[in-house]
Design a protein around this ligand. Sequence first.
Ligand SMILES: Nc1nc2c(c(=O)[nH]1)N[C@H]1C(S)=C(S)[C@@H](COP(=O)(O)O)O[C@H]1N2
Ligand SMILES: [Mo]
Length: 429
Amino acid sequence: MTEPRFLSPQPEQVAGNGLLHRRAFLTTSAALTGAAGLGFMTARPAAAQAPLEVPEWMKVPGAPMSGYGAPSRHEEQVQRRFSSSPGTVGSGVSRTPLEHLEGIITPSGLHFERHHNGIPGIDPDRHRLLIHGLVARPLMFDLESLSRYPLVSRIQFLECSGNGRANDAPEPPQVAVSEIHGLVSCSDWTGVPLSVLLDEAGVEPEARWIVAEGADSAAMTRSVPMAKALDDAIIALYQNGERLRPDNGYPMRLFLPGYEGNMSIKWLRRIEVTAAPMMTREETSKYTDLLPDGRALQFTFQMGVKSVITSPSGGLEMQDPGLYQISGIAWSGAGRIRRVEVSADGGQSWAEAALTDPVLPLSLTRFRMPWRWDGGPAVLQSRATDESGAVQPTRTALHAELGTNFNYHHNAIQSWLVSAAGTVSNVYA
Ligand SMILES: Nc1nc2c(c(=O)[nH]1)N[C@H]1C(S)=C(S)[C@@H](COP(=O)(O)O)O[C@H]1N2
Ligand SMILES: [Mo]
């Protein structure tokens, strides 16, 4: 490959080891960089009259249409990677292949999965949702009656609170970014605000919590504070414009924006309004964190501010030195992402990345950073700040605060080492 073509003025270096000003993405080629552009382009010069080949698919009629489209057969490597508990097929996780995706929406078939006893084969005509407990009027819904309520749509992330746990290992696991951070996905969720249904049922004054139960054979059950139930909780019926996938709760699920995924009960069948939390298995034995002083941290609802560079990332290989765009995702359970900074020198210097519109509250946000890789070793990191002012911690800071016995809410900064040979590996920096 030829050297990147920098015409004057040179793109401004804003932090160590080749990070360039994000403005490089925003200006037209002539204004900042001269007519030849920044030099991201890897196109080869072509002779004006060079004939293009006429490939065989231009010589025959194309394939027929289909009732439901599928990705190109050339994209077969884009798959969720899954693992289930010994002796089971459906109890475990599948992870979103973040290294293959761009933008902020996760295709429904690539949404991560977490099942505690597989995917129930629910007949939507026989499924019911019961709202009862401390209410004036207990209510029963079927899918049809629920679908008639006014619907709301929001683009929001869902993250398992166990996401990132792999980086708790003493040695950094040498796996793809999805194997470490792929328990986060983002969809356009459409459903009925839970507040509307609770209002109709008539919540009693002493009610403080709801308890949500799923129709899987794990009957997953979690307590949710009434304030959240009345705020932005929805009963989701659609995901990215179509009915929920069975994997993600068909025909209805609770969706609690910004809260740990475990609370967004899939295959929702019952909401009991209560005065106190139920202290279920999932909020006592599981989904709590053992602190250094021996006490357990319980009800850690909100997901912390986090970001990760998905390109380049673990296992990928760099081509020749030159201009690259670093790309990644950021999100926070507290609201919008305010800023993402990137470092190419292991955190010694930082510069602000470009955030790609739209930047929505409680959604994945895509960030990008122009980087001139000089062919030497580099440690790439990203650090997100949300609108509450919370800043993503280093792994060392997180361990100093919470110890090393905790299993959930790992939002530490991820570090990728780019070697001189162009290989990318996971390091604890
Ligand atoms: N009924 C039921 N709801 C459930 C679960 C489950 O096993 N059963 N898993 C929970 C966990 S731990 C997570 S992280 C999310 C995952 O949602 P997804 O599979 O749609 O990504 O669902 C939650 N809701
Ligand atoms: Mo989870």
